[in-house]
Design a binder for this molecule. Sequence first.
Ligand code: HEC
Length: 393
Amino acid sequence: MKLASPVSSMCAVLRHSTLICLLCCSAFAESGKTNIEKEMRDINTVYLDLRPILLSPNALADPKVKERVERDVRRIANEFHAVRKQDKRWDNDPGYQASLKLMRDTLRDVAGRIRGGHTEYVRWRLLSLESHCISCHTRFELVDPFPQNYSLPEGMSRFEKATALLAMGAYARAEKALVDASLVPTDDQTPIESMRALLTLYVRVLKDPVKAIATFKDIESKLKLSHDQSVEMHSWISSLEKWKPSSAKLDTKSAQERLETARHLLKQAGIYMPLRSRSTPVDQYSNHAVELLRATSILHEVLTKEKLPPAEAQEADFMLPLAYDSLDQFFPWEYTQYLYEKCIRRHPKGTYAEKCFNRWNDLLTLRSSGSSGVMLSEADKRKAAKLKKLAGI
Ligand code: HEC
């Protein structure tokens, strides 16, 4: 994978509403694991254990600490590997697969770099993992409410605490902490970053537009937002207002009806185009975050739970990355790119394969561009050629 310098990459991470994160090494790790909850508790223990190390820039200079972090990271990478084999409930959702794969790839990359002394890089990559916990835990509401009583290490900022709680799926505590973090911004963290995470929680997990509006208005009454932040927040409020009348539970609707809702939401956001259109419109600065977040949540759920006929399955696999493409302030770009890849691999030469390839390739080019032009590794070139062939271009 191509990476920018640690400093610019760190900025990229900070721009996403997320950060932090990490993992493992717990007492009950070796006992017979049979389900995802157990793996996750284990992963969570490591996540909390590593936290203080990530807070202190020099901790990784100590060889003993390095050794321990490497061991924990390798172990947790294997646990994420095991999760998929053990629990297939979410397996048909490319988003779930994307989070697992990106998590594993990142952990393996980090494990290989610790000994080489790439300390800043390792810290940054470990912190960035949190965004994958969040993508997964806010896909849609998870089955069991998570335990809410984990204590967090000292020394974390309000924003770090809030996103760590969201990463752990402690939804109620995360909501409160994100409001706190919005109200007390720092030089590093603007209120809008906490508010974006809060919006994700209200729309995808709690599905509560009324509470979302009340909270954002309350924050606005207590805080001076910049012009741009205020415009962004008001665009959410007007979308949330429109959502109110139809916020009835989706579960009662058929898969076809839910797909139609997703299509409609993408049209409202201005990014759904007729198939014959040559381009794939992507609005990078979308003021339609609410519609797009709602669409992603519906699509994840339909893809997870329904056996769709081939034409609809292809369309859903295309609509999913299309929606994420305009949510680049909310989720990591690798996630969107991997979903485009899945759209090609799950339907080679399919109806949408060319569009998916073109956007996959755009993202590759965008991320590989520097002052000396586009620099693609041999591996990137091979992958691009392979996907192009699969797409039938
Ligand atoms: C690939 C998706 C995915 C990723 C990535 C992920 N989780 Fe989970 N996590 C799950 C699922 C699925 C469950 C079980 C949900 C259920 O049964 O409702 C879960 C459950 C949990 C639980 C609750 C366990 C229990 O006791 O029930 C915790 C805590 C947790 N995850 C922490 C984390 C942390 C911390 C990270 C990031 C380091 C993370 N997870 C990354 C999918 C994921």
